[in-house]
Design a protein around this ligand. Structure first.
Ligand SMILES: [Zn+2]
Length: 119
């Protein structure tokens, strides 16, 4: 995956290109603003305080009687994938993983990668 030098229309956007052996390529966008840190900060564009936010979260899973229990005091892993302001639609954070998830969900990879193969 290589970083593309964009024409800097958006100073917070980085674009990466993944070239596949089949000569096909996919673009992945990464957005991280230095004027916005987390959900407790208002949107730097419109001062809005409501966001659509996607995060990942994992922990230590086990069984107690017949119930699956998640313990995040043993081990956990979490982070942000995507945050957009609900008032002005500005993307405030976007992980590279978000475009990977979208490509997998929409089947964009399917004709190039055999994601179902078990090796
Ligand atoms: Zn906003």
């Amino acid at each position: 995956m290589i970083k593309i030098d964009s024409d800097d229309q958006d100073e917070f956007l980085e674009v990466y290109m993944l070239h596949l052996p089949s000569e096909e390529s996919f673009e992945f966008e990464y957005v991280s603003r230095d004027d916005w840190n987390n959900l407790s900060d208002p949107c730097p564009e419109c001062s809005g305080t409501e966001f659509d936010h996607i995060r990942y979260e994992g922990g230590h899973y086990g069984h107690h009687e017949n119930t699956v229990i998640q313990r995040n005091d043993y081990w956990d892993q979490k982070g942000s994938l995507y945050t957009v302001c609900r008032s002005c639609d500005e993307v405030l954070y976007k992980s590279l993983a978000y475009d990977v998830l979208e490509a997998e969900k929409t089947g964009a990879f399917d004709e190039f990668l055999d994601l179902d193969s078990e090796e």
